[in-house]
Design a protein around this ligand. Structure first.
Ligand SMILES: C[S@@+](CC[C@H](N)C(=O)[O-])C[C@H]1O[C@@H](n2cnc3c(N)ncnc32)[C@H](O)[C@@H]1O
Length: 208
C-alpha cells in the first residue's frame, strides 16, 4: 500500500513511525484553521456522525486524531453521559483544543496524547476517526485496535478517493472505499460500509 510518499522528513521528534500510511506526512498544525471551517459541518454534519457512532449510554469514546476537537467538543456537549477522550499525537493540536472556551466547560472531555490513552486499552466502546485513516501507519492501526472493548466499534470517516472532490487532500493521498476496507481488515478487524457522505466514505469496524 506504499504510495511513493514514504519519506519520513524532519518532523520526527514525536509521534510514531508512519510505516504503512497512505499519506505519511504529519498534519501541519499551521493548517489547523481548516479544521474549524464551518463549511465542513455542512458536508459532514456532526449529528449524523454521532448517530452512526451509536455510543452506548455511559460509555467511553476516543476521538482518535482529534485535531482541534471539532467533533470531540460537540460530542461531549451533546452526550454528557459519555467520557470523551480527545486524542492527538501532537501537543500543538491539543493546545489549540484546550484554548477553546467550550473545552474548559466540559467535565467529560479529556485531552490525551497517545501514550496517555494506554490505561484505556480494551476499555473503549467507540473510536471515532475522522479524516485520519489515510495518515495512520501500521503502529497507529494496532494502537487504535487495542483500545477497543471486545464488542467495541470504530467509525472511520475519511476523504474518499472514489469521488471527484473540490476539497480535501489529493486523491492519491487518500483511500477509496474498497482500499480502506482492505487496510482496516488487515489489522484483525471486520469492516462494513455505511452510507457515504458527499466526499467521505463511512466504515464501521469491529474485532473479527
Ligand atoms: C486532518 S486532522 C483531523 C482532525 C479531526 N479529526 C477533524 O476531523 O477535525 C488529523 C489529526 O490526526 C492527528 N494524527 C495523525 N496521526 C495520528 C496518530 N497516529 N495518533 C494520534 N493522532 C494522529 C494529527 O496530528 C491531526 O491533528
Amino acid at each position: 500500500m506504499g504510495s511513493g510518499h514514504g519519506h519520513h522528513g524532519h518532523h520526527h521528534h514525536h509521534g510514531h513511525d508512519r510505516h504503512g500510511a497512505k499519506q505519511p506526512e504529519r498534519f501541519d498544525p499551521a493548517r489547523a484553521a481548516l479544521l474549524d471551517d464551518p463549511k465542513r459541518l455542512e458536508y459532514m454534519p456532526p449529528a449524523k456522525i454521532f448517530e452512526l457512532l451509536d455510543a452506548p449510554g455511559g460509555g467511553t469514546v476516543v476521538d482518535f486524531g482529534t485535531g482541534t476537537g471539532t467533533f470531540a467538543i460537540p460530542l461531549a456537549e451533546n452526550r454528557p453521559d459519555l467520557t470523551v477522550l480527545a486524542l492527538d499525537e501532537q501537543p500543538e493540536m491539543l493546545k489549540m483544543l484546550r484554548a477553546k472556551p467550550a473545552a474548559a466547560k466540559l467535565p467529560n472531555l479529556k485531552l490525551v496524547l497517545n501514550e496517555e490513552a494506554r490505561p484505556y486499552a480494551a476499555k473503549v466502546d467507540r473510536v471515532l476517526a475522522i479524516n485520519v485513516l489515510h495518515e495512520l501507519g501500521d503502529d497507529a492501526m494496532k494502537e487504535i485496535t487495542a483500545l477497543l472493548k471486545p464488542d467495541g466499534a470504530i467509525l472511520f470517516v475519511d476523504w474518499n478517493s472514489d469521488v471527484e472532490r473540490p476539497v480535501g487532500p489529493p486523491r492519491d493521498h487518500t483511500y477509496g472505499t474498497a482500499e480502506a476496507i482492505r487496510r482496516v481488515e488487515s489489522f484483525g478487524l471486520r469492516a462494513e460500509t455505511l452510507a457515504p457522505l458527499p466526499y467521505h466514505y463511512v466504515i464501521r469496524a469491529k474485532r473479527a
